[in-house]
Design a protein around this ligand. Sequence first.
Ligand code: FUL
Length: 480
Amino acid sequence: MTITRISFFLSAAVLFLAGCSPRPVKSPAPVFPLPTQQQLSWHELETYAFIHFTTNTFTGKEWGYGDESPSIFNPSGLDVDQWVSTLKETGFKAVILTAKHHDGFCLWPSAYTDHTVAASPYKNGKGDIVREVSDACKKYGLKFGIYLSPWDRNRADYGKPSYVTYYRNQLKELFANYGPVFEMWFDGANGGDGYYGGAREKRRIDGSRYYDWPGTIKMVREMEPNILFFSDAGPDIRWVGNERGIAGETNWNNLTPDTLYAGKARIEKLLGTGSENGSQWIPAEVDVSIRPGWFYHAEEDGKVKTPEQLFDIYLSSVGRGSNLLLNIPPDRRGLFHEKDVEYLKGFHRLVEERLSHNLLEKAKVKTSASYDKTQKASRLTDGDPQTFWAAKDVQANVEITLPQAAEIRYIQLSEYIALGQRVKAFEVEAYDGKKWTSVARGTTIGYKRILKITPVTARKLRIKVLDAKAPAVLTEIKAN
Ligand code: FUL
């Protein structure tokens, strides 16, 4: 064969192979608003930990007045490795640490105040707990986040412009030395009274103007472009409106921040549900403590939330498309208490036992009309959250035949949120070999929806999208 003929056959083979390669999947048009790449990665975290630790741990308070002496901060056996390794082992993906709570005491040796761990007996003033936690997160592959209370009851200049400069200097210090930081938690709490350098008085600030949040956010973003800001109303992550661990059963990731200036009860409800036609993607984060308080108090050792209670919280947070930020406060030794560790392990076991074995892995899937020919129904059970099936119509059906009849207790649904949140109403039916029965109805799905149903033995499942902002784009359907 001549060289020319060989090259002719080679190019023909390449063309033939190219023709056989899978057709690229077409994406339907997005439904706005959309999450940013950073918000998409944030959704994938699902569960992470809050750690509240300051002088309150040693005074028994929840809100330190600001006059606490750093000399009382003296954990006898602090072991950050115990915190972070426990979290890693029990499925947590990140940690947010109270670098400074309302009492103003700093867990790192800030150059801008003496009211820090450097003035405490901990490691003879050579300690730096922000560094230790940030390093342990790197060691165990968890993301690291910072809570820095805007309200500071220790500072004499709280309420004056110079305090805002102080607050920003501390942010610069933290972001320059302890990053990368995935989330910055701005607490909206401001109770008014405090020590304030000895003034011991009530101070009122106009929270919407005093801190100049747009300026602060811009400054931090320049240092950490991938950062996500949490506050009551975003801009990147919103508060869920309560500290009980419950997101709305209807939970839109969309919200128009301007609608938030209403009465308190209305705001809290709106934060829980978001709004279908909200202008921005601002998903809810569910913050709740494993104990009644945010800080450790020995008298609450008998009130640690049990594995079952934590599992219920998981269902009403992650199971409703939010992320769970579960607080575990270290005790006076500087350790997660044995009870908390035991219950965290129990909680993790329940999540694994109840939700990890997918009964639909080898199931056959049939759907109503698809958006186009490139859609494959099998993508709904391929275990890959990056693949999706797109429906043609606002009402759509997916019918799944299980490899064999099985008892089902939980159903998990997910939308492909990179193209926007769409589903407004759905129903799930189960077929036992003789008849179809409705086993669950719901409104939104979002990143993930976990439905706990009355146990049913089923051969088939049918997911019916009853209403949607636009034809549904689903990534996964699981049953356990
Ligand atoms: C609240 C604070 O006042 C609590 O002490 C705690 O830090 C909680 C997470 O946020 O607003």
